[in-house]
Design a protein around this ligand. Structure first.
Ligand code: UDP
Length: 307
């Protein structure tokens, strides 16, 4: 089986590549290393150092491919607020390029990495896929229109697509650069602890998120690529159905905290994963506290026990 992973040198994409190479696929990575890292590139995959904004350079790679996992993106909210044009080019134009290349090559199915940020603030929880999208940032809007593009391409060109809305993905290889614009809260806290700094909690720390382990996200992609129940642009939540306050995250990691600037952001996310169970037969498997303990060990953060 020949597969493409766009963003295959990135945090989630590189885990995706590892899983596909591990099961014997011929895997082609498309990545421009804007946020991806060379050390994450699986040596069993074929690397194409290309930019999804450049259609002509990526289109030939799609010939003979049966599955496309489209993960390449400028994947954060705050940078998109600062520079909406660049994130539009990558996330919106790039997605259209990938869809057109997949359509032209007669690709079997495209699995699109969508984002829970499409929900914004809703009046009720848990979040389910039929709720109206309420993007609160250019990134959220771009990821949401990517879902619509996938569905439209299924409708008008017949290419099979499915969109997975990820909720706060964490795990090995997430950036721990505490000051990096692409870092997310768990990576930031781990990076701060590893360098002996206080964890920067956005007030008042009672805001909560549904944190999903990257290994479960990879499994969701594998299931979505094969399931006979999807392929028409379905949108499916990928989360855990549990929510942890940022104060709890800091407590599990352990160490001093400091308040930082408040943000315009959703207060709480909690996801309904009924659709993922029904259509994909997928359920999360990684317990949050175990996932964090594994990361702490990898980052060299150990609890100092006084004797
Ligand atoms: N957050 C925090 N300290 C940080 C970074 C993030 O307390 O240094 C909080 C942030 O306010 C949000 C949650 O952690 O409530 C998750 O933020 P992140 O940027 O990881 O993902 P988001 O859910 O905003 O996409």
């Amino acid at each position: 089986m020949k597969s493409i992973v766009t963003g295959g040198a990135g945090f989630i994409g590189s885990h995706m590549v590892d899983a596909l190479v591990g099961r014997g696929d011929e895997v082609h990575i498309i990545d421009n290393f804007s946020t991806g890292k060379r050390e994450y590139v699986n040596s069993g995959a074929v690397l194409h150092e290309k930019d999804i904004r450049d259609f002509d350079s990526i289109a030939p790679i799609f010939h003979g491919v049966s599955k496309v996992f489209h993960l390449a993106a400028l994947a954060r909210v705050q940078p998109s607020i600062k520079d909406p044009c660049t994130s539009h080019d990558v996330n919106s134009k790039g997605t259209t390029n990938v869809l057109v290349a997949a359509r032209d090559a007669g690709v079997g199915r495209l699995v699109y990495s969508a984002s829970s940020s499409a929900y914004g603030n809703q009046d009720t929880l848990p979040l389910h896929e039929e709720m109206e999208a309420r993007p609160m940032s250019p990134y959220a809007l771009q990821k949401y229109t990517g879902e619509l593009s996938c569905r439209l391409f299924s409708q008008i060109y017949g290419i099979e697509t499915v969109s997975l809305r990820y909720f706060n993905v964490y795990g090995p290889r997430q950036t721990t650069e505490a000051d990096g614009v692409y870092a997310t809260v768990i990576g930031i806290f781990l990076g701060q602890r590893a360098s002996g700094r206080a964890m920067t909690v956005v007030p008042d720390g009672t805001q909560s998120r549904d944190f999903t382990h990257v290994r479960d996200v990879v499994r969701a992609n594998l299931f979505a690529a094969e399931s006979p129940n999807v392929g028409k642009g379905e949108v499916i939540n990928i989360g855990t159905g549990k929510t942890y306050a940022i104060n709890e995250v800091a407590a599990v990691i352990g160490g001093p905290t400091v308040w930082v600037e408040p943000r315009l952001e959703p207060k709480r996310t909690l996801v309904d994963i009924t659709k993922a169970k029904e259509l994909l037969g997928w359920e999360p498997t990684v317990d949050f506290k175990e996932g964090i303990e594994e990361l702490k060990k990898m980052c060299g953060i150990v609890l100092v026990v006084s004797v």
